[in-house]
Ligand binder design. Structure first.
Ligand SMILES: Nc1ncnc2c1ncn2[C@@H]1O[C@H](COP(=O)(O)OP(=O)(O)OP(=O)(O)O)[C@@H](O)[C@H]1O
Ligand SMILES: [Mg+2]
Length: 370
């Protein structure tokens, strides 16, 4: 029954491929990809490790995904650990180590603590050629759970293995022994790329476009080449159908031009009505990564018409809902929402927050008898 077997294998392979690949349509990444692939070639002998470093929203995760899509088929095992910063808090490092081992070795691999994880990795992966992406790393301990300090010249994975780390903080990489030349700093978009991404989300009719003159150029300048801002701006302008509205909104944007990205993203939040704002803040504080089912009932019970609100939030690129009906929100946007909550209360006092989102804050509130 060879034919049957082949069909089975084929199905299994395509299942695996469909699971691991990212569906992205990045703009202008060829030069980044070439530079990164060259860096990955250099350390060909042992395990090669490189970093991608830059501010939030610049496109580090997107680049790592593109690399993963392209490179993973050539490795014996591969794994993309996304959002290390959040997932360490949610799941703990041993569970992330287990996830990595399970993806590479295809079997259950319970791990009790980080040290146990490390010794398992050394035992089982020492001769495997693996690709590991650690996305959004914040602390060196998150690196230490997967690879020895580079200065120690020790190796846990087989020859030809590659590791790619994205982080906002270069020091984390340097502390872990990476050299400056092993770190890539993607630049923001140029004017042309910025317009392309902006229009992908702004959906401007030809008729309106003819009237707008240089307005789009001026708008994308405010975003200063930051893809995340371009997406949010584009989605914001997709709601505006008259030239005059574009002009007025551009003025608001310009007044925030020299402030940080939170203030820029916040313009889009300010354009929401009250119900939409409530739903947005609830998601930012409580429901990122959670199913929409329960909050949906809750909002409905409050009379906030969540279906409509969620549609608007998606249109504005403030949230996404994934194929399992779970909420996704970019971390910069989530942090903007949490900033709004903090500002609506006494800044450092969780007792006054309308939505205490962390365990520490909730404990603080519960401890206080009033
Ligand atoms: N080359 C690109 N083409 C199209 N969209 C892009 C590109 N790069 C980034 N984006 C979009 O911009 C947003 C921010 O990108 P990304 O999440 O990769 O940033 P990041 O640097 O990882 O941010 P953070 O530090 O907050 O994790 C995403 O919505 C992403 O889809
Ligand atoms: Mg990221």
């Amino acid at each position: 029954d060879e034919a049957k077997l082949i069909t089975l294998i084929g199905a299994r392979v395509s299942h695996i491929l469909s699971k691991v690949r990212f569906d992205i349509q990045p703009i202008g990444i060829d030069s980044h990809m070439n530079a990164l692939k060259q860096m990955l070639e250099r350390g060909n002998k042992g395990v090669c490790m490189i970093g991608i470093c830059g501010r939030g929203g610049i496109g580090k995760t997107t680049l790592a995904m593109a690399l993963y899509n392209e490179l993973s088929p050539t490795f014996e095992g591969s794994c993309f650990l996304s959002n290390m910063r959040e997932n360490e808090k949610k799941e703990g490092l041993p569970s992330l180590q287990a996830k990595f081992m399970e993806e590479v070795l295809r079997g259950k691999m319970p791990i009790g603590n980080v040290r146990e994880g490390v010794s398992l990795m050394k035992q089982r992966l020492g001769s495997k050629k693996v690709l590991l992406i650690l996305d959004d790393v914040e602390h060196t301990r998150q690196l230490e759970a997967f690879t020895p300090n580079r200065r120690e010249k020790e190796e846990w994975f087989g020859a030809g293995s590659k590791m790619i780390v994205t982080t906002r903080n270069k020091d984390v990489l340097i502390q872990h022994g990476l050299q400056e030349k092993e770190i890539y700093f993607p630049k923001g978009f140029d004017g042309q790329q910025s317009l392309q991404l902006f229009f992908r989300h702004a959906f401007v009719s030809d008729h309106l476009l003819a009237e707008l003159d240089d307005l789009p150029q001026e708008i994308v300048e405010v975003a200063a080449g930051l893809p995340l801002a371009l997406i949010v701006f584009g989605s914001h302008f997709s709601f505006l159908k008259k030239k005059q509205e574009w002009e007025e909104t551009l003025e608001t944007f310009k007044s925030e031009q020299h402030k940080d990205v939170y203030e820029q993203l916040r313009i889009s939040y300010e354009g929401l009505n009250d119900r939409e704002k409530y739903v947005f803040l609830d998601i930012a504080c409580f429901f990122v990564g959670e199913s929409k089912e329960y909050p949906f009932y809750m909002w409905e019970a409050c009379g906030w018409r969540p279906r409509l609100a969620l549609e608007v939030l998606q249109h504005r690129s403030l949230i996404k809902i994934d194929e399992n009906d779970r909420f996704e929100m970019h971390d910069q946007i989530r942090d903007m929402g949490r900033m709004v909550v903090k500002e609506g209360s006494q800044f450092d006092d969780p007792l006054t927050y309308s939505r205490p989102w962390s365990k520490d804050q909730v404990l603080e509130v519960l401890k206080n008898p009033e």
